[in-house]
Design a protein around this ligand. Structure first.
Ligand SMILES: *[C@@H]1O[C@H](CO)[C@@H](O)[C@H](O)[C@H]1NC(C)=O
Ligand SMILES: *[C@@H]1O[C@H](CO)[C@@H](O)[C@H](O)[C@H]1NC(C)=O
Ligand SMILES: *[C@@H]1O[C@H](CO)[C@@H](O)[C@H](O)[C@H]1NC(C)=O
Ligand SMILES: *[C@@H]1O[C@H](CO)[C@@H](O)[C@H](O)[C@H]1NC(C)=O
Ligand SMILES: *[C@@H]1O[C@H](CO)[C@@H](O)[C@H](O)[C@H]1NC(C)=O
Ligand SMILES: *[C@@H]1O[C@H](CO)[C@@H](O)[C@H](O)[C@H]1NC(C)=O
Ligand SMILES: *[C@@H]1O[C@H](CO)[C@@H](O)[C@H](O)[C@H]1NC(C)=O
Length: 642
């Protein structure tokens, strides 16, 4: 196959033979679209063409007096080369019609969003996991403000199907809702929801037209069948190494580094008229050769900055990792999760088995802090943590090198392979191991490390079937480089503590919540959320109802048969309920958890508050009236989006 760069070089040379072609490609069109607000202020979001505030802009927005861009009444948070994110503050009395502002000629809400609504006449097909949790929280908000409109609904496209591009407006309108309460935006990778944006909504944008009008250093994305009478459209995006909006009518693309590329071209153009074709041939052959060398070099190119030299031995060579994983072959793929794919590998010199995690990341922002943190976390050593050996950085990738865990992740044993399930003794050992690993993260070091993403698929089993926590600190990656205004929640549905979803703040207590869910998962052999036809079954609630009826042991994994110790099973199930209590103050600390597990501390009487008000995840209507959902909760929700 002909390398792409070589092709374009040849095309360039061909263009020189016929100089007529190249002239006039770069007309200086003065930008008719202004990014200055009506009051002369530059707007805060640094929007570029095609966004702007004058009539010449394909996507004309309004501005607040203090310089925030507006779509309808909604403030713009940020815009990327594909989407615009707007803030939708939770508001009980916002009329449903306000939603019309989000469906413009050049933009529309994408399928990742879930719209929260009030007073609908039809039942809506909300497939957002944890609907009940979210519903109860927002509902309590409207109730405490003494509004008449209760009965919250939610609209989203099919669960787990993010290939649906836009939210279907006609279906949304057909619900006959009175109020548009708020919105959430969920990011999903490989079925795993990793990130939840609270009180925000993402719109895809485009410029109308059948032909791409992009700078030649930009890639064009064509779109067809666009909603709102958009017809056909396109978006431009500058290629790697170029900066700018990418549009011919905008500022186009400029080379990121100041290189005299243009001048060289002009001289070359003159030369081509003089030089015979023979020379051209030789030149192109030389270029092909050079391209081959460059391509080879680029294949292994990595990003190395001065500050990284401090981290010395932790930095791996991309070439070594490439060789170790046999070129990231599919056969070496161990798994794919929320943060990226994991490959098995063998280091060429030492023959050590490793696991390499490829995390793609667009933003460079905060990378230094993040790498520093990863490295410092990498110094953590504990027999129940998967050791991080080092990292490597490339342009849009971060590669993290871990110890290889021969027995894979725990979820596989709980769900996928019923034949090789773990026995109770093994499960209890995994539980105790994970608890002591988590205690070490919380307490065993000079600084508190919050894991943020505890779940069965993040627990790995070593050769002796000891449970080890993987991926600690990784969720932080999504905190960096995002707009500080956004309440970006990171984690996995089903393991997120209610207050975490509301405030976006992770604490040791939200880790304990996830650990509680994990305990129940291991004991019951069930996923935290089971999608049903009518209603999702939330594991915590399900176990709670068993406990309520005095038959908590019924919740155990049927695959265990009769081979388990009743007292231990009861302890684990009750502890799971205690840890996943809706009220963070009612959850034990990891030190206490370990003491309960080791029998050093007796479990409190189960009739005491510890479990009885375990209003758990809110589905218990009777439970969320007390403690967990007092009005202060609603207030923090109201202020959350600012
Ligand atoms: C906009 O640009 C200014 C100056 O370059 C920068 O300080 C600011 O952080 C940018 N704002 C956003 C939202 O990117
Ligand atoms: C801007 O304001 C005008 C006048 O109020 C309105 O017609 C228009 O729809 C607004 N544009 C946007 C993008 O909100
Ligand atoms: C909605 O409620 C807010 C206070 O929560 C109030 O300021 C606003 O006027 C109300 N809007 C309407 C349309 O009732
Ligand atoms: C909203 O619905 C509730 C019942 O679910 C009803 O009591 C209330 O009056 C409705 N509010 C409005 C403004 O229609
Ligand atoms: C997702 O939606 C698309 C378009 O409606 C459909 O073709 C596809 O089968 C769906 N995928 C799943 C997993 O439901
Ligand atoms: C939106 O929903 C309506 C009604 O279900 C359906 O007829 C229409 O095809 C949908 N539009 C898109 C773009 O999926
Ligand atoms: C996504 O989930 C669906 C159903 O939950 C499952 O059938 C499918 O295999 C999953 N896809 C991936 C890539 O994990």
């Amino acid at each position: 196959m002909m390398p792409k760069t070589a092709l374009s070089m040849l095309l360039l040379l061909a263009g020189m033979v016929l100089p007529i072609l190249t002239v006039g490609a770069r007309k200086a069109i003065p930008p008719p679209c202004s990014q200055i607000c009506h009051n002369g202020k530059p707007e805060k979001q640094n929007l570029t063409y095609p966004f702007g505030f004058s009539p010449g802009c394909p996507i004309q927005l309004n501005c607040t007096d203090d310089g925030d861009a507006l779509i309808g009444k909604f403030r713009v948070q940020s815009a990327s080369s594909e989407t615009v994110t707007v803030t939708i503050e939770a508001q009980c009395n916002r009329s449903f019609e306000a939603i019309a502002n989000l469906y413009g000629r050049n933009y529309a809400p994408i399928g990742k969003n879930s719209i929260l609504l009030n007073n609908c006449t039809q039942i809506s097909p909300c497939n957002l996991p944890n609907t009940q949790v979210i519903q109860a929280q927002y509902q309590s908000l409207c109730e405490t403000k003494n509004m008449a409109n209760t009965g919250m609904s939610c609209y989203s496209e099919e669960a787990n199907n993010y290939s649906i591009k836009f939210l279907n407006r006609s279906r949304l309108s057909a619900l006959g809702c009175k109020f548009f309460l708020s919105s959430m935006s969920a990011e999903a990778l490989n079925n795993v929801s990793v990130s939840l944006g609270v009180q925000m909504l993402q719109l895809a944008w485009w410029v109308n037209g059948d032909e791409c009008e992009c700078s030649r250093d930009a890639d064009c994305v064509r779109l067809s069948g666009l909603p709102n009478g958009g017809g056909n459209g396109f978006r431009c995006k500058c290629r790697d190494g170029f900066l700018g909006d990418g549009f011919l009518a905008g500022t186009g693309c400029q080379r990121a580094e100041s290189s005299p590329g243009r001048k060289k071209e002009e001289t070359l153009k003159v030369l081509t008229i003089v030089l015979p074709l023979m020379v051209l041939l030789v030149v192109s052959m030389l270029i092909l050769g050079a391209v081959y060398v460059i391509r080879r070099k680029r294949k292994f190119a990595e990003v190395l900055e001065d500050w990284e030299r401090d981290y010395g031995p932790h930095r791996f060579k991309y070439k070594d990792l490439y060789t170790a994983t046999k070129g990231f072959r599919d056969q070496e793929l161990l798994g794919a999760g929320g943060f990226g794919q994991v490959y098995r590998g063998i280091l060429p010199t030492s023959n050590i088995e490793i696991a390499v995690k490829r995390v793609s990341h667009e933003s460079r922002q905060g990378m230094r802090e993040f790498v520093a943190e990863i490295i410092s976390i990498g110094r953590l050593r504990h027999r129940n943590l998967v050791a991080l050996l080092g990292y490597c950085r490339r342009k849009r990738e971060l590669l993290l090198v871990y110890d290889h865990m021969p027995n894979g992740s725990l979820d596989k044993y709980l769900y996928n392979q019923p034949k090789v399930t773990l026995n109770w003794m093994q499960r209890l050992r995994v539980i105790k191991g994970v608890a002591s690993g988590l205690l070490y993260l919380h307490k065993g070091w000079e600084q508190v490390v919050i894991h943020r993403d505890i779940k069965a698929s993040n627990i790995l089993l070593d050769a002796e079937f000891n449970g080890r926590l993987g991926d600690f600190g990784l969720a932080r990656l999504y905190d960096h480089g995002t707009d500080p205004q956004t309440t970006h929640v990171v984690g996995t549905f089903g393991y997120l503590a209610p207050e975490h979803m509301r405030t976006g703040k992770a604490t040791t207590s939200t880790d304990v919540f996830a650990f509680g869910v994990f305990l129940l998962e291991v004991a019951c052999g069930r996923r935290p959320i089971k999608h049903g036809h009518t209603e999702d079954v939330i594991l915590v609630d399900w176990v709670f109802s068993r406990w309520d009826r005095g038959e908590i042991l019924e919740a155990r994994d049927p695959k265990l048969g009769l081979e388990f110790v009743e007292e231990e099973m009861e302890l684990v199930l009750k502890l799971g309920l205690m840890c996943s209590h809706a009220n963070p103050l009612m959850r034990p600390s990891m030190r206490q958890v370990l003491q309960y597990l080791e029998g050093d501390l007796p479990m409190p009487e189960s009739s005491s508050v510890g479990i009885s008000s375990a209003g758990s995840t809110v589905a218990h209507r009777e439970g969320f009236d007390n403690l967990a959902f007092s009005s202060s909760v609603a207030e923090s929700l109201l202020s959350g989006g600012r």
